[in-house]
Design a protein around this ligand. Structure first.
Ligand SMILES: Cc1cc2nc3c(=O)[nH]c(=O)nc-3n(C[C@H](O)[C@H](O)[C@H](O)COP(=O)(O)OP(=O)(O)OC[C@H]3O[C@@H](n4cnc5c(N)ncnc54)[C@H](O)[C@@H]3O)c2cc1C
Length: 272
């Protein structure tokens, strides 16, 4: 490993776990926490802040046994105490469909989460690999939409161990301004958590990023709608010339695409 923000990668044995919904809770507008539980979660490990699991859902097309898989962030894992089964929290954004349909109407995963009830079965696969956080961060910049708020929480948690006093700039693009409730518990001195809503919110996030103080010790994590991230990534990598280890960008979904493959380069003109 070389470079200031080089990260250790850990491979995990790929495990498939059959789990059940234990409880659900609306933790912010459109954000539903689903707590999964099973003795099959014993040994679950997710040491990387941007880890993901694959969840398998009924595809809703009516085909018997047809399933689709989608990627989600393992938000919090609790090993079972006193013989209780371990628990895993996953926060789902209940996005609507492209035509502005109701919350949770937008895809098999969002639909499943909108109606998930205790006892419902689901399959959890992975995580298959984890990128551990860098050992040293002077300042953290987080850019996220609703889908990446859980990974933003994981980054804030990782920072507690690496550099608890490090300043944080969070730029969050959300449909409903009240989604800011999601990170209320993480507000602290030295952390500037800014929320952007409305039609031009992605442009305003871009403008705020351009105004940010970014130096050699600033680590940037950006995740959300893939197309919206292209100009931000170009600014950081091409205009500022930041090395790729300093700028971690992930397209978590893509407008108009069902089951977007997050391994595709965020910027089609630059696969680096
Ligand atoms: C590594 C990783 C971690 C992720 N973690 C989380 C997480 O913790 N919580 C979470 O909510 N999501 C997370 N996502 C995003 C989630 O996987 C996608 O939003 C996924 O497309 C949802 O599947 P679906 O079946 O509901 O919709 P799909 O069938 O994939 O898409 C149906 C339609 O909805 C649109 N759409 C998809 N997602 C959104 C969205 N977020 N907002 C608005 N429209 C959308 C699509 O463009 C498409 O038109 C993560 C993605 C990745 C790659």
């Amino acid at each position: 490993m070389t470079g200031r923000f080089a990260r250790e990668r850990v491979r995990h044995e790929l495990v498939r776990r059959e789990v059940r919904v234990l409880r659900t809770e609306l933790v912010a507008p459109g954000m539903r926490r689903v707590t999964l539980s099973s003795d099959e979660l014993t040994g679950f490990a997710s040491p990387g802040p941007a880890d993901h699991v694959k969840l398998a859902f009924p595809d809703g097309s009516g085909g018997a046994g047809a399933i689709v898989t989608r990627d989600y962030t393992p938000l919090a894992f609790r090993a079972g105490a006193d013989g209780a089964d371990p628990e895993l929290d996953v926060d789902f954004y209940l996005h609507g469909d492209e035509a502005g349909g109701a919350a949770g109407s937008g895809g098999p995963a969002a639909r499943w989460a909108a109606s998930a009830a205790p006892g419902d079965a689901i399959t959890v696969m992975g995580p298959r690999g984890s990128a551990l956080p860098p050992a040293d961060i002077d300042e953290l910049i987080l850019v996220a939409d609703e889908s990446a708020l859980p990974s933003a929480v994981r980054w804030l948690g990782a920072l507690e161990t690496i550099a608890p006093a490090a300043p944080v700039l969070g730029l969050f693009s959300v449909d409903d301004p009240a989604t800011a409730d999601y990170l209320r518990a993480f507000e602290a001195e030295g952390r500037e958590l800014r929320w952007f809503s409305g039609e031009d919110r992605d442009e305003r996030v871009g403008a705020a990023l351009r105004e940010a103080r970014i130096d050699a010790g600033t680590f940037c994590f950006l995740a959300g709608e893939a197309s919206a991230l292209v100009p931000l990534r170009r600014f950081l990598r091409r205009e500022l010339g930041l090395p790729k280890e300093q700028v971690d960008v992930h397209g978590y979904w893509k407008r108009g695409i069902s089951g977007h493959d997050h391994h595709a380069p965020v910027d089609p003109s630059d696969a680096d």
